[in-house]
Structure formats: structure tokens, C-alpha cells
Design a binder for this molecule. Sequence first.
Ligand SMILES: [Zn+2]
Length: 330
Amino acid sequence: MSQSCHDFDDEINFLSEISPNDLSWDQHRSNAEDVAVLYNRNIEFTKYADRINGCSGYLKFAVSDGKLVLKEVWFCRVRHCPVCQWRRSLKMRAMMYKNIDRVIQEYPAHRWVFLTLTVKNPHVKDLKSTLNLMNKGWKRLIESNRFENVVDGSIRTTEITRPKKKNEQMEVHPHFHAMLLVKSTYFNRDYIKQADWIEMWSKAMRLTYTPQVHVKAVKPNKKKTHEQNTGTLHSAILETFKYSVKPSDMLAYDDQGEWLCEVTKQTHRMRFLSTGGVLKDILSEDITNQEMIAPDSDKEQLEADEDKPRFRFTYVPQYRRYVFNPNLND
Ligand SMILES: [Zn+2]
């Protein structure tokens, strides 16, 4: 990397070209810019726009074994900031990958069931009350005899998507993703059919209609390798720990940010993670800045390279990309 001003003027060094693995930074930061524009349309939310605009404006890396290692970023920590949501989900996934092997070793005969629980789409103004009802429904479900009998641990996240039809654009599709650790008897005497899951969820929610419930049980396939079997588990982790609200949904219609601002208001201070049974406290929603900088690293790795020089990349809105900025290196 050249350190002279002259080179910087003549030739632009993009982060994604120097380090293709960091391409996601451009994408998420560029989404954040669009989301800030939406927040800026509403006087009550301009404070979020200001914070998001300041989020991850530059990234400072150390070079270790020829690779860039992220060391310093300022995160705005606005709940629906695309960059902060992405970094939090990376950390959650990393914690899951790390803990899941321990759980499997501790409960070798147990199996996994993945549930998606939905309700009818409410209007966005009824999101908070709907989520409150769903949280109560979830509690009743996990305390039901049939559930308790076979499920030893659960992890549940909340996701809110936006319907695709234009006449439903002010509605929301709130749903739960759950990973359940079940006893081995699940696949014989304690099996719960999909129709039974629907009935259990409907009853717990006290619904008068039939809700949609997706169930996927993972029975290890003896013909498959250990890697292929854990692959299914890892893809369920990806599905469970992604954006709680996708930036593409926030930006889907030309609504001046109305949907996003209402979702923000309705979900204020609501918890989107619940863990129970033997998986209780396997994860936490309270993630530190350090963990968002290096989701896969432990404390020692974070403290390594402390004395190495830092290389600074600045987000340049004109390009919607991070650019190497040698004038500002430490
Ligand atoms: Zn942010």
C-alpha cells in the first residue's frame, strides 16, 4: 500500500479491491445511507438519521499475516441501522457456532427441530400489540405439557418482514424463528406432526383461524457425513440470526420512511431474543462494540496487533464504497 498523497489522488484504492472479503462493508454501509435518508424525512426520527450517518464512517485495520484485521470502528447502535444489525447478527451466529458443538457433545442423543411461527399480517400500527400477544402465545406454548415433555431447550428470535403486495405495503409480517433441542424420543413416541404444531400454536395464541407454521426436524442421515449433517444445523442458525428487519423491506416503497418509522416506534425497547431450558443464556442480545468489530475473535485475539500501524479506510458516499485514505493513518 502506498502512503503518498499523490497516489491517493491519482488512483483510488477501494477496500473491496484490496480485500475482497470486506465487500460486505460497502453494501451494508450503502444501505445505511439510504435508511438514514428515510429517518431524516420524519422530524421525530432525525436523531437516528444523524447517528446512522456517523456510523462506521471509517474503518481502521491492522495488517496481520498479509490480511487486513479490523481494529477500530464507531458504531451508532441504532436498532435498525443496517451496519449495526449486520455486525450483531455476525456475533450471534459466531456465538451459536461456538456453543452448538458443546451442546451436541453434552446431549449426543438429542435432535433439533426448527419452527417458524406466524400470525395473520397486522397493520404496522398494530405491530407492538401483535408482538405482545405473540410473546404471550410463545410462553403458553413452551409451558404446554406436550412441548415440555419433549423439548429440553429453545432459542427464539423475532423477524419482521414486509408483504410484497403493494396494497399491503403498510402491513407487517411478524414471525418467530425457533431452534428447539428435542429428546431422541421426538422421532418415535413423542413425535409432533406439523398439523399438531399448528394446533398447538393456534391454541397458545388463542386464534380463531389456522396460522401458518413451518417445521423442519433434523434427523441425522447416516448416509451423510458429519459435515453435511452439521451443515443443516448451520443453515438453520443463518436463518434464525439474520436481520430482524431487512433494509430492502425498509426501502421497498416510496413511502418517505413511513413504514420504517412506525416499525421503529412500535418495537422500541422490545426484546427480539428468548432462550429457555438448557439453552437458556447460551446467547445474549447485549453485544459490545468490540464484539461487533471482531465477531469471531476471543479476547486475546482482539488484543493482538495492538502495536501495529493502522490503515484507515473512509466511506465515500460518491462511490458508495470505502476508500483507502493514507493521509489519515496512525
Ligand atoms: Zn450503525
